[in-house]
Design a protein around this ligand. Structure first.
Ligand SMILES: [Fe+2]
Length: 576
């Protein structure tokens, strides 16, 4: 039985495919069409999923999308009735248009794939957005029962939903509705701080440790906690509820209109112009925002623990990309084990749709555990060799053993190493298959990476990959973080040893690497540890200022443009 899940007409469009409960493939559209966070329809991602499963569209048994235009309809109508006068006519039309597209998924698929609608025998499902997030962090988690939290900007009129998962059922225990949303506060403040692009919230998280939370009073006024784990926004600071803020994606990547209101500028002064110097004010606003998000996160989760009595937690939703907050959950709430779905944001709802159908609707007994995020395209050594033979690049080929040893030597010698192996990762983090790797002992590597390759803001930290069994030697916390979505404090005495991955506050957004999860990457870090005594490598995503590379051609092109020192593609290495 084949199930296709889709996130479409929304940021991070994606597709996933499941066969008899096994996850065959999951991938974001941006990796194919090369528009960051690509919205719209994930046609190429669907094609890849069908190819990976070796089937045609007509062979699918179920198809689902992570939107349900009829969900929470009474709330939508109520809200629209009170606000409709203030919504511009075209905005209403856009919303209706989107809802219609979601409803006409079958037509759209048939049209795009050039088949007749009649030939599609699949049953079609609309899965409410947060139900898809919740399913994505429970049905593929290692937990038989768990408390679950989905927290994001908005989806289907809801910003936050929490639940208890057990067996094949997810029982919703509470929610926070439009227009109240922590994600919206983060996005609004990110815009105000002069970071205008979709997905820039991570930059503000990186900026926060430079500041003092001297505006925490303001942010406690902006997000107010209430009884029963709920919270409300002080809507004076925002435009989305009154005027409507539309997301468009004419150019492929989503663009969100201004979310903060004039009240925001009256309180904090004029917004920062993108690219202008960052001052103490920006640092302090970022620090205050981050602290308030964490407080609200603890508030929701402590309530969720009270409701469920459970200590295992599944997390999803765009706000679950806030790895600083995630790392603190284990210290500030009773939860002991956490599963964060690697594509916690909206792309992961494609996967959630599959399992909501498989487990939640069809009540199938089989359970899958998603360990790692390696669900995308891969390329054989022969394919790569053929490509290299046609190119102008000289290359060498190694055995598996030689490969990791040579790469470890290159990294230890201070080279910038492109590392392209196996299946591409699902979600925003490169986890050792589409990565750029350097020596974390060399503080200057941050600047080298920023100047030569990544062209990104100097305040943003780089992340360490560490052998799982050595985490306790370097970090204050030891809970595994295989998908790089937790930030822990690095032990004081270790910070000087790995300065390139130690953030200004002594923290690191680590990836714990085990042999079972990624044997080749584990061996590389082991070889590096043998050479240097340090079981840590700096790992940043394989891209310049674009989506992470998907194909070897893109890797070679990025290598050429950015002047990396050496590129490993499968068992081959290119040295210019
Ligand atoms: Fe979402």
């Amino acid at each position: 039985m084949y199930i296709l899940g889709i996130n479409a007409y929304h940021g991070d469009a994606a597709a996933a495919i499941v066969k008899d409960g096994h996850l065959i493939a999951a991938v974001e559209e941006e990796r194919f069409n090369r528009f960051k966070h690509s919205a719209g329809f994930p046609e190429q991602a669907i094609r890849y999923c069908l190819n990976a499963a070796g089937i045609r569209l007509e062979d699918l048994d179920h198809v689902g999308i992570s939107r349900d235009p009829s969900a929470h309809l009474h709330k939508k109508i109520l809200f629209a009735a009170t606000r409709v006068a203030s919504l511009a006519r075209h905005q209403i039309k856009d919303r209706l248009g989107n809802a219609a597209k979601v409803r006409d998924l079958k037509d759209e698929l048939a049209r795009r794939f050039g088949v007749s609608k009649k030939s599609l025998r699949a049953r079609f499902h609309n899965i409410e957005h947060h139900r898809a997030h919740l399913a994505s962090c429970f049905f593929v988690s290692p937990f038989e029962r768990a408390a679950l939290l989905s927290i994001d900007g908005f989806g289907d009129f809801i910003s936050t939903m929490w639940a208890r998962g057990e067996g094949n059922s997810i029982e919703v225990l509470g929610q926070v509705e439009y227009p109240h949303s922590t994600g919206i506060v983060y996005t609004a403040t990110t815009q105000f701080l002069g970071f205008p692009y979709y997905g820039d919230e991570g930059k503000v998280m990186g900026l926060a440790p430079y500041g003092q939370p001297r505006f925490i009073g303001e942010f406690r006024d902006i997000i107010r906690t209430e009884e029963n784990g709920r919270f409300r926004l002080n809507l004076d600071y925002f435009r989305h509820h009154a005027e409507g803020v539309e997301m468009t994606w004419d150019q492929g990547s989503p663009v969100i209109g201004r979310v903060y209101s004039d009240e925001f500028t009256q309180r904090f002064g004029p917004p920062r112009t993108p690219g202008a110097v960052l001052t103490a004010r920006e640092h302090d606003i970022a620090a205050s925002l981050q602290l308030r998000l964490e407080e609200v996160g603890f508030h929701v989760l402590n309530h969720l623990h009270e409701q469920t009595g459970l200590t295992d937690l599944g997390l999803a939703g765009g706000v679950a990309y806030n790895s600083v907050m995630n790392g603190k959950f284990l210290l500030n709430t009773p939860f002991k084990r956490v599963f964060i779905q690697p594509a916690a944001g909206d792309s992961g709802t494609a996967l959630g749709v599959c399992y909501q159908i498989y487990n939640g609707i069809l009540n199938s007994k089989h359970r899958t555990v998603m360990s790692g995020a390696y669900t995308g395209p891969e390329f054989s050594n022969d394919q790569i060799r053929a490509l290299l033979e046609q190119s102008e690049w000289p290359f060498e080929s190694y055995t598996d053993k030689e490969l990791t040893k040579r790469a470890a030597q290159d990294i230890a010698a201070g080279l910038v190493v492109g590392w392209f192996q196996g299946r591409m990762e699902f979600g925003p983090r490169a986890l050792g298959n589409r990565s750029i790797l350097v020596d974390p002992r060399r503080a200057e590597m941050r600047e080298i990476l920023n100047d030569r390759i990544k062209k990104r803001e100097p305040f943003r930290p780089f992340a360490p990959s560490i052998l799982e069994e050595r985490v306790g030697d370097y970090f204050e916390q030891t809970h595994p973080a295989p998908t790089m979505l937790m930030v822990y404090q690095i032990k004081e005495e270790r910070r000087k040893e790995i300065p390139a991955v130690t953030h200004v506050d002594g923290s690191g957004r680590l990836q714990t690497v085990s042999r079972e999860l990624n044997e080749r990457y584990y061996q590389l870090i082991s070889d590096f540890a043998e050479l240097t005594g340090v079981p840590v490598i700096l790992n940043t995503s394989f891209n310049e200022n674009e989506p992470i590379v998907c194909t070897p051609q893109e890797a070679i092109e990025c290598f050429r443009k950015t002047k990396m020192d050496v590129l490993y593609l499968g068992n081959h290495a290119v040295r210019p």
